[in-house]
Design a protein around this ligand. Structure first.
Ligand SMILES: [Zn+2]
Length: 251
């Protein structure tokens, strides 16, 4: 029998039946994986404090036969990110990031840069105070890695990018921006997006992760970026991200 071994982050944990748990991981080598932890509800010893939201683990999984779920054979804790659990703002940010990761990815679709991005994000959320910025940066980078990045370089209609104080409008359906001149509809799904917010988002896109902590975004731009990204996710996923209600971007 061949085992699957990988470093992994717990995205979600659900009770299953009388004594088991189902865990969704994002793994370094195999992408998103769902597996069952037999007896995890009853025997506290075996998986104690390990199968918790956003813990970083080394896991061994016995693959399931045919299309059945794999079974977690072993899990050892690499980093439990304790500070994320001690502070409500950090905790809700990490929950939001994990729910987004779960909703945007498919099972068994390996993507190591995405795993590294998630690790980077959880480290930043546990150590730095710019929590809302980190969530926005994560989301911008994640969408780019998934090939779903926002088109912010020019107006989708006229192709121009004018330095203007007039707002642009973001269209979740078209994944890009439309300038004030071209925007002649009263479409309520279009979201205003100012030039400073567009520039900040472009900067976040182009900077490597190691330099993102130097990027400062005004509260106004951050609020605009959060609104655009939230409505874009809801539209593209055709569902609401629950953790967004708990996380306060303005804090
Ligand atoms: Zn235009």
């Amino acid at each position: 029998m061949s085992f699957l071994q990988s470093r992994a982050i717990v995205l979600k944990v659900m009770d299953y039946g009388e004594s088991d748990k189902i865990v969704i991981f994002y793994t370094q080598h195999f992408g998103k994986l769902k597996a069952i932890a037999k007896g995890a509800k009853r025997s506290k010893k075996r998986f104690v404090n390990k199968l918790e939201f956003f813990s970083l683990l080394d896991i061994t999984i016995v693959p399931g036969r045919l299309s059945t779920m794999g079974r977690i054979d072993n899990a050892s804790l690499v980093n439990p990110f304790p500070t994320l659990r001690e502070n409500y703002h950090r905790y809700t940010a990490a929950m939001l990031v994990c729910e987004l990761m779960d909703q945007w990815t498919r099972e068994n679709d390996s993507d190591e840069p995405l795993f590294q991005l998630l690790c980077w994000c959880l480290h930043e959320l546990s150590e730095r105070d710019s929590i809302a910025e980190t969530v926005i940066f994560f989301l911008i980078k994640m969408l780019d890695l998934l090939g779903m990045g926002l088109m912010l370089e020019h107006c989708l209609v006229c192709g121009e990018m004018e330095q203007t104080t007039l707002p642009y409008y973001f269209s979740p359906a078209q994944s890009g921006i439309i300038c004030s001149r071209c925007c002649r509809t009263n479409d309520i799904r279009l979201i205003p997006l100012s030039m400073p917010a567009i520039k900040s988002m472009q900067m976040a896109r182009s900077l490597p992760l190691t330099r993102l902590n130097r990027l400062k975004i005004s509260g106004k731009s951050l609020a605009e970026a959060a609104m655009v990204l939230k409505l874009y996710c809801n539209f593209q996923l055709q569902r609401e991200i629950h953790s967004w209600k708990q996380f306060n971007f303005a804090q």
